[in-house]
Design a binder for this molecule. Structure first.
Ligand SMILES: [Zn+2]
Length: 194
């Protein structure tokens, strides 16, 4: 995660409002898990497994992270020739990481970040970075907030869930749980409330 953020003032509360808004739109309780695949479906964005496009054995091994760490490629948003947005994601990742990978791409779309590259046909630009630093920071923060919003964390703390239980319940990685707990200051807030 970025150490020095470029987020503008007010973005964090905007992210919380969006996380709540999408739960309402999908009929999900404010404190309940929000599935990234369902949000993509709601937004009419098709999500494809990268393995649907890759057949080359070496490319598959890279996708699996067997070749080297830096190919731990996660997901990307693309415009098709017809101008439709699609998400292609690394389906070798754990279910929890797939959630955050896809939520990250959805966050770019919700923020209306412009996709700079418009590849011809379907070519996977592994490791390619489409967005600038500020847009990356926004997508990181919004994607994480949609997955684990403040009401979710407060509810989980109230029910005395451990971080591992929170991770399991919300289909999130432990890194994500730790990131959200520290970036929201939810522990301090909860201690004050009890
Ligand atoms: Zn991104």
């Amino acid at each position: 995660m970025a150490t020095k953020t470029t987020l503008i003032r007010g973005f964090k509360s905007k992210a919380e409002r969006i996380a709540l808004d999408y739960r309402q739109k999908l009929g999900v309780h404010a404190c309940a898990p929000l599935c990234a695949f369902k949000v993509a479906k709601y937004l009419s964005i098709p999500v494809y497994n990268a393995t649907e496009f890759i057949t080359d054995e070496f490319e598959l091994q890279k996708l699996e992270g067997k070749v080297c760490e830096e190919y731990g490629w996660s997901a990307l948003t693309m415009l098709t020739k017809a101008g439709n947005r699609i998400i292609i994601h690394n389906n070798f990742h754990t279910a929890a990481r797939q959630q955050s990978n896809i939520m990250h791409e959805i966050a770019h779309i919700i923020c209306e970040h412009e996709i700079k590259a418009r590849p011809e046909g379907i070519v996977l630009p592994l490791g390619m970075r489409d967005f600038d630093r500020n847009q990356e920071d926004e997508a990181i923060y919004l994607g994480a907030t949609m997955q684990l919003s403040r009401p979710c964390l407060l509810w989980a703390k109230k029910t005395k869930m451990t971080n591992a239980e929170i991770a399991r319940h919300y289909n999130a990685s432990m890194e994500m749980v730790n990131f959200r707990i520290s970036s929201t200051g939810v522990n301090k807030q909860f201690q004050k409330a009890v």
